[in-house]
Write a protein that binds this ligand. Structure first.
Ligand SMILES: [Zn+2]
Length: 133
């Protein structure tokens, strides 16, 4: 059976919608309000940062919204890290920021071309920029 955060959740009676958590014959419920997690995930539980994305953290596309002060979000179907084994895969709002964009550029663009040197890289970047217009 997958683990779950014992400080936040417990295995209670099956909810009215019949959510059978990992075939345990129970619904996973929040200690704070006894609600079934599959019925009523809280807003907080539905939002994670890109650093909490399991696996490849750089798979999301780059978006200009990520560069605003408040960052931007994209929906991902994941098990977020804090509840990795405790929750079924679900859609989460993942929050991205400038740090993410820089890491994405570094991994996808800079790293494979680094041996060319900065000037050659800039030339190529400039050509790519102009080709886009
Ligand atoms: Zn339920």
């Amino acid at each position: 059976m997958p683990r779950y955060d014992l400080k936040k959740y417990y295995l209670g009676s099956i909810c009215c919608r019949g959510h059978n958590w990992n075939s345990t014959g129970h619904s996973l419920r929040r200690l704070s309000d006894s609600d079934c997690l599959d019925c009523k995930p809280t807003t907080q539980e539905k939002q994670i940062t890109w650093k909490q994305l399991p696996g490849n953290r750089y798979r999301a596309a780059i978006d200009v919204r990520f560069l605003t002060e408040s960052g931007g979000t994209k929906k991902h179907n994941v098990k977020p890290v804090p509840y990795e084994d405790g929750l079924p895969k679900d859609w989460y709002e993942v929050r991205f920021d400038e740090e993410y964009v820089v890491e994405k550029l570094r991994n996808d663009v800079v790293k494979p071309l680094k041996t060319l040197g900065y000037n050659r890289f800039q030339q190529l970047l400039s050509k790519a920029w102009q080709a886009e217009k």
